[in-house]
Design a protein around this ligand. Structure first.
Ligand code: MN
Ligand code: MN
Length: 405
């Protein structure tokens, strides 16, 4: 019983165990293997997805609130034209600063004209999307966005989204409030249907009969014709008389990475290079097989993660001490409270791609290696029992991603 029945984690377990007493973890209870017996119900399929949860590294200690969730298990609201699924604080209690939505619009599929009480940040994950907005100065914007492009709509900014061919559009939204839901939006059709027709007539200076056929139920997502020529739409919307003074679109692929080496890259988009993005800062992270996002933490905000590709494990270190390791795959969501130490290691054969978002106007992190390499070596040596000449081999400065050997 015990360890034989558990899937072996695909990482090297440490040769030492958790230093706390009483001992915790499979490696550290060697004198009493029966204590690891699993007597409860088991789900081998789920267990196979979480090797680092089922058999945690011997350095894990205690427990902490779930910091894993996934769009893959959230209900999908399917309508003609597309679908959406979300992870809000109601589902993922730890995430009180950001709620996420994963949406698909078929070619021509329209997410109807709407606005909401929170800001909306997004990253395109597939295809092409036509985005319309009206800026706070009343200036229109009509743009096409593609994979890895971002948009940001401050709270209250009206907008629409429409999938384009051939693949439609898939994207992930991050609202700057964990309680926000994709079902909690102010919809054009709802307002029309719930305004007295004589008021509509007076407002738009037409006969009341004009509104005889308006939909009485909202559309939310509905099918449409594929968007046509972009320039023609821009002219038709009046973009030519000035355009948006504050761009709501950002091309992440055009950003110079803040870190780039053989292990991967990190690109940042926050209000310093994307001025509209006042309440969400983001990083697009790529980690090659065998590498990892280095040990670090973020002082200014919780980190809400979305895993776009590949597989990873992350250990979150908190006061207590608490340290727990969880596995992540494409479609999953992670959450690291501000100041909690963590790394993200690629555990697969593909490039790991994930985004980090923060409810802040700027990106901020502290690199453990950068800290330790900017201290008197004698001081570090006194803490870790590592000779100064060995400490000198530690990387000097922040790496972001650990380079491949
Ligand atoms: Mn929206
Ligand atoms: Mn981080």
């Amino acid at each position: 019983m015990g360890s034989n029945e558990n899937p072996a984690p695909h990482h090297e377990t440490p040769t030492f165990g958790n230093p706390d007493l009483p001992p915790e973890g499979m490696e550290n209870i060697t004198g009493d293997p029966a204590s690891a017996t699993m007597t409860g119900p088991r789900n081998p399929v789920l267990e196979s997805q979480f090797p680092n949860v089922i058999t945690a590294p011997g350095t894990d200690i205690s427990t902490q609130p779930f910091f894993w969730s996934s769009f893959n298990i959230s209900p999908r609201r399917q309508q003609r034209g597309g679908w959406a699924r979300e992870v809000t604080q109601a589902d993922f209690a730890i995430s009180d600063e950001i709620a996420g939505v994963n949406m698909y619009l078929e070619p021509g599929g329209i997410r109807e004209l709407h606005w909401h009480q929170t800001a909306e940040w997004a990253i395109m994950t597939r295809g092409k999307c036509r985005v319309t907005t009206l800026s706070r100065q009343g200036m229109p914007s009509v743009e096409d966005v593609f994979k890895e492009d971002l948009w940001f709509f401050p709270a209250g900014l009206p907008h629409s989204l429409q999938g384009a061919g051939p693949d439609g559009a898939e994207f992930v939204l991050a609202f700057d409030d964990g309680k926000q839901s994709e079902s909690n939006t102010l919809l054009l059709t709802d307002w029309f249907a719930h305004t007295p027709p004589d008021v509509l007539a007076k407002n738009f200076r037409v006969a009341q009969e004009v509104f005889d056929d308006i939909p009485l139920h909202n559309l939310w997502i509905f099918p449409g014709d594929e968007p046509g020529d972009l320039e023609a739409d821009q002219v038709a919307a009046g973009v030519e008389w000035g355009g948006a003074t504050e761009p709501v679109i950002f091309r992440m692929s055009e950003v110079t990475p803040v870190h780039e080496n053989s292990g991967g890259s990190i690109r940042i988009a926050d209000s310093t290079n994307f001025p509209m993005s006042q309440t969400i800062a983001a990083a697009l992270v790529k980690v090659e097989p065998g590498s990892m996002r280095e040990l670090h933490w973020h002082p200014n905000a919780d980190e809400w993660q979305y895993y776009m590709q590949g597989s990873a494990r992350m250990t979150v270190f908190n006061t207590g001490p608490h340290a727990n390791t969880t596995d992540f795959r494409a479609g999953d969501v992670g959450l690291v409270r501000r100041n909690c130490g963590h790394y993200v290691e690629n555990t697969g054969d593909d490039t790991l791609i994930f985004i980090e978002t923060f409810r802040s106007d700027h990106y901020e992190e502290v690199s453990l290696a950068n800290w330790l390499s900017h201290l008197p070596p004698k001081l570090v040596s006194a803490h870790l029992n590592i000779p100064e000449e060995t400490l000198a081999k530690f990387p000097r400065g922040a790496q972001g991603i650990v380079p491949l050997p």
